[in-house]
Structure formats: structure tokens, C-alpha cells
Design a protein around this ligand. Structure first.
Ligand SMILES: Cc1cc2nc3c(=O)[nH]c(=O)nc-3n(C[C@H](O)[C@H](O)[C@H](O)COP(=O)(O)OP(=O)(O)OC[C@H]3O[C@@H](n4cnc5c(N)ncnc54)[C@H](O)[C@@H]3O)c2cc1C
Length: 512
């Protein structure tokens, strides 16, 4: 196996990984960035609505309050305050890198004022293009970009992460690194109907778990209220469509949100998603109606959604658009502090893979692109402050592998038991049915399936243990929030041998 050495290995080329790599380079560090997709892969480029940051210093408190309110008592205040303090200047950096934000700022659910910057409804595409362009321009012997490079396992020595094994187009490479920064995105692919791209298989959570790092709050899964599901694929209709005045109607043509929340269509996503599911169950369908906004305005404001729905034979400006909730964002992840440090030395995490404490039980719309900037930069800086390329590398940690053919059945189990509504009987039955058929090869698909199998079991256990409803976790038999807001924390056993680790109260702990 080829061996290379670097100060910082960044895994992932989405907003968090790309920005972390650029930050580390700006401090003069040697960086390798590995991503299993092209640089423009990941969820980042699919983001439509926009990027949230305080509009001016005077908006910081209000943005913090909105974020804390959405997080239902589980946000870490220091993470929220670091976020609102740093976000605006990083968004300005994006502008300097060429992202042409519209002068118009928009409103989305849970925000007390319009503060979402956007480039029409293709904000993620613009950000992804600007960041990957900046990375390509900065490519040098000190910045290696490995596209199509799959990180299959981490290497640990003396309790610290010291590198990783990467399957590249030219064969396997062992990377010895002073620090590894995971920016691998979320795990939406654990569910059958999701807006997440195929690469959203939660690899970073699996890698961190193997290395002994704690995972947090996996049961909190955000469903986007308005997806158009066609042939099993979820096509997102951005929340900004409701921000601009879009209305939800049931099959009887009634606008129903006033029965669920005074904020109507701009109530928190979990509230709107459950309301839509209830109305579909009661009346047969729910439609998003933008017709009163005028077809010309709608098509100009949302050209990406207009084009994606036109391929399904729907006219966003003139038709009622049949919508339903779909898994969209995973709040839980690798536990980090406000500097992106995980519980294992040498291992950092930022972006959707991390549980940074920003989102708590529910993410405020459009906070995740800016989270990637803020915590990508912080994690890169924290990693550089202690950098020392280790003298030796041990063997790679064993990675769980599962037959990818088993995934549809596993996904169906998770969707049934840990969807918008959960209960103990369903979660227990899901855990009893949870089986991981071993794969015969260690190919990428088997490794991705292995990560999803691990995460699925941990999510089901976390959801069963949380006997309350809060944010993105709703238990039918415990419909109210508990008196105390507590994180669920999963701590793997020595060596991260998940299959041999009983997830008992000693391992799955709740910490206030
Ligand atoms: C359809 C859609 C619309 C959205 N709209 C918005 C919005 O308007 N505003 C907002 O704030 N948020 C939005 N979000 C959420 C937001 O896009 C994501 O949370 C954010 O982009 C995540 O960025 P990231 O850098 O953490 O991960 P990603 O952008 O998902 O990137 C993950 C990277 O990790 C790499 N990777 C993964 N595993 C491995 C591995 N084993 N080895 C090597 N590389 C690996 C991938 O190749 C990829 O480069 C949206 C999400 C979706 C799906």
C-alpha cells in the first residue's frame, strides 16, 4: 500500500470539508482532502433555500433565540453563540469567493425575521461551485485533492486517531496524519424516502464509532414537510416557497395549518410535517399552493424547483403540487465541542456528520450551510493548534461490512419504527428484526451498508430510550416533552466492536 503523510486529513468535500481545508491552508498547513464523490458531491450542492446568518450584529441575539427555540432545550448555548457570532463573516467570505447572493433576503420556518441569503433556489450549487473552484485554485504540493477517494477506516495509536486508509482510483493509500477531520455529511440514506443524495450513508459516524468516539442524539431526524415523491425519489420543494407565501391545502381544499400551530405554514418543520401526514391520513392528500403568488414570480423565484417538477409533468406556478414529508437532515452525529473536537484525540468533526450542539432536537431551516462554515473553520483551527504528525501508524481498524442487498429491508424497518411517529412496541419489534447479513467483500457499497447497519441499530436504541417527544423525535405514547432536556450519548466499547457491545444503560446514557 502507498503511504503518504500530511498534517491534516479532511474527509469530505462539501461545505464543511471544503471550508475546513481552505481555512487550514490559510494557516499554512499541509492538507489532504479526500472525498468519495467529485468535489461538488454531497448534500451541499442540492441546498435550495439558502444560508442563514445574522443580517447585522444587532440580529445576533434574535438569530440565537430562534435557533434555541427550534432546538427545544437541547442546543448547547456556547455552540449557538459561537455560531451567530462567526456566521456572518464566513458568509461574506463566500461572497468574496464569487457566490452572487441576491440582494433579497428571505424568510423560512422558525425565523423571526427574513435573514436567509440565497442565489434564487440554487444556493447550494453556487456555494459548492465557489468552494470547489477555490480548492482547485489552491491545489499545490501542500494541498492534495483526492476525488473519488473512499476513506474505508481510521488508524488509531495510543488512543489517538493518527490517519486513515483511503481507496483511491490508483489503489489503496495509507495516510498518516496529525489530525483527521470528518466532514462526511449525514445519514439520510438510512431511510427509503429521503432528499439526501446516495452518498449520504453516514460513513463518518461509522468511522468515528469504530475509533471509539461518542455519538449523540441519533434519534432526532428532520423530515422536510414538502417533498414531491415520484417513483420512490423525493424531489424537494424548498421551504422558501412557504416563506414567500405558499399555502398547504388538504384534499378538501382547506387550509389546515391553523389547527396545528399559530405560525401556520411557517411553524417548525416537525410540526408542519406531522400536520401534513395527519391530513394525508385523514383526507387522502395535501397540496402546496403557490398559484396566488403569480406564475411569473414563482418561476423566476424558484427556477430549479420549477425545472425539477416540470420533469414530473407539474407546473409549479399553475398546479397544485402534491407534497409529503421526507427525511431531510440528521441532527445527531459525532459528539463535538465548540471547536469541533470529538471525544477521541486527533479526531475532529464538522458539518452534518457532527453533533456540535447547534441544532439540539431540531435544526432551524438554513442553519446547516452556515454551520459547515463556522464549525469547519473552527475544527480546522483547533486541529492545527495541536498538530504533530505521528511517528508510527498502527493497523487500520476493522470496518463492519454488510451485504448492500439487505439495505431495502433495513430501511423499511427503520421507516416503519422510527419515522415521524414512534412507539415502544414498534421500536422493540424493529430491534428484534435487526439483522446484519455479512458481506463477502470489503467494497465501498458493503462498507457504506455496514455504516448504515450500525447507525440504524444505534438510532433505534436511542429512540426507544427517549421516552418523551421533543423536536425531531415524536413518541405516540409519550406525546409531551420531559421535564429535563437531556442528550442521548452513545459510547462505544474498546475497539468500537459494535456487534459485541451491548447498548445497555451503561453505554447509552442521558446527560443533562
Ligand atoms: C435537497 C437538500 C436541500 C437542502 N437545503 C438546504 C438549505 O437550503 N440550507 C441549508 O442550510 N441546508 C440545506 N440542506 C442541508 C445541507 O445541504 C447539508 O446539511 C450540508 O450541505 C452538509 O454539508 P457537509 O459538508 O456536512 O456534507 P455534504 O455536503 O453532504 O458532503 C459530504 C462529503 O463527504 C464525502 N464523504 C462521505 N463519506 C466519505 C468517505 N467514506 N470517504 C470519503 N469521502 C466521504 C462526500 O463525498 C462529500 O464530499 C439541504 C439538504 C438537502 C439534501
Amino acid at each position: 500500500m502507498n503511504r503518504v503523510e500530511t498534517e491534516l486529513l479532511v474527509v469530505g468535500g462539501g461545505v464543511a470539508g471544503a471550508y475546513a481545508a481552505l481555512t487550514a491552508r490559510s494557516y499554512g498547513a499541509d492538507v489532504i482532502l479526500a472525498c468519495k464523490t467529485p468535489l461538488t458531491g454531497g448534500s451541499t450542492r442540492w441546498a435550495q433555500g439558502g444560508i442563514a446568518a445574522p443580517l447585522a450584529p444587532g440580529d445576533e441575539d434574535a438569530h440565537a433565540q430562534d435557533t434555541l427555540k427550534a432546538g427545544r432545550g437541547l442546543c448547547e448555548p456556547d455552540a449557538v453563540h459561537a455560531f451567530v457570532r462567526d456566521a456572518r463573516s464566513h458568509v461574506e467570505t463566500l461572497r468574496d469567493l464569487g457566490v452572487a447572493f441576491s440582494p433579497h433576503v428571505t424568510l423560512e420556518g422558525g425565523h423571526s425575521r427574513a435573514r436567509i441569503r440565497h442565489t434564487g433556489d440554487a444556493t447550494g450549487h453556487a456555494i459548492s461551485a465557489a468552494l470547489s473552484g477555490a480548492l482547485q485554485a489552491a491545489r499545490s504540493p501542500a494541498l492534495t485533492l483526492l476525488e473519488g477517494a473512499f476513506v474505508r477506516n481510521l488508524r488509531v495509536a495510543g488512543g489517538a486517531v493518527v490517519g486513515a486508509d483511503v481507496l483511491t482510483r490508483n489503489g489503496p493509500v495509507q495516510v498518516r496524519a496529525g489530525a483527521v477531520l470528518l466532514a462526511t455529511g449525514g445519514f439520510g440514506q438510512l431511510y427509503p424516502v429521503t432528499t439526501a443524495p446516495p452518498e449520504g450513508t453516514g460513513d463518518g459516524l461509522g468511522l468515528a464509532w469504530q475509533a471509539g468516539a461518542a455519538l449523540r442524539d441519533l434519534e432526532f431526524v428532520q423530515f422536510h414537510p414538502t417533498a414531491v415523491v415520484h417513483d420512490g425519489t423525493a424531489h424537494l420543494v424548498t421551504e422558501a416557497a412557504r416563506g414567500e407565501g405558499g399555502q398547504l391545502l388538504n384534499a378538501r381544499g382547506e387550509r389546515f395549518m391553523q389547527r396545528y400551530d399559530p405560525a401556520l405554514e411557517l411553524a417548525p418543520r416537525d410540526v408542519v410535517a406531522r400536520a401534513i401526514a395527519a391530513e394525508i391520513a385523514a383526507t387522502g392528500r395535501v397540496d402546496l399552493d403557490l398559484r396566488h403568488l403569480g406564475a411569473t414570480f414563482v418561476r423566476q423565484r424558484f427556477p430549479t424547483v420549477t425545472a425539477s417538477l416540470a420533469r414530473l409533468g407539474l407546473d409549479l406556478g399553475r398546479d397544485l403540487i402534491p407534497v409529503q414529508p421526507a427525511v431531510h437532515y440528521t441532527m445527531g452525529g459525532v459528539q463535538t465541542d465548540v471547536q469541533g473536537r470529538t471525544t477521541v484525540p486527533g479526531l475532529y468533526a464538522a458539518g452534518e456528520v457532527a453533533s456540535s450542539g447547534l441544532h439540539g432536537a431540531n435544526r432551524l431551516a438554513s442553519n446547516s450551510l452556515s454551520e459547515g462554515l463556522v464549525f469547519g473553520a473552527r475544527a480546522a483551527r483547533a486541529a492545527l493548534s495541536v498538530l504533530k504528525v505521528p511517528p508510527a501508524c498502527t493497523d487500520g481498524l476493522p470496518a463492519p461490512v454488510t451485504d448492500p442487498a439487505a439495505l431495502p429491508a433495513l430501511r423499511a424497518v427503520v421507516a416503519q419504527a422510527a419515522g415521524l411517529q414512534r412507539n415502544a412496541a414498534g421500536l422493540r419489534a424493529a430491534l428484534a428484526a435487526w439483522a446484519w447479513p455479512a458481506a463477502t467483500t470489503g467494497c465501498r457499497a458493503a462498507l457504506e451498508a455496514g455504516h448504515l447497519a450500525v447507525i440504524g441499530e444505534l438510532l433505534l436504541r436511542s429512540a426507544l430510550a427517549r421516552e418523551e417527544s421533543r423536536g425531531g423525535h415524536h413518541r405516540t405514547e409519550h406525546a409531551w416533552e420531559g421535564a429535563v432536556a437531556a442528550h442521548s450519548v452513545l459510547v462505544p466499547g474498546v475497539g468500537g466492536r459494535i456487534q459485541s457491545v451491548p447498548v445497555s444503560p451503561a453505554v447509552l446514557g442521558f446527560t443533562a
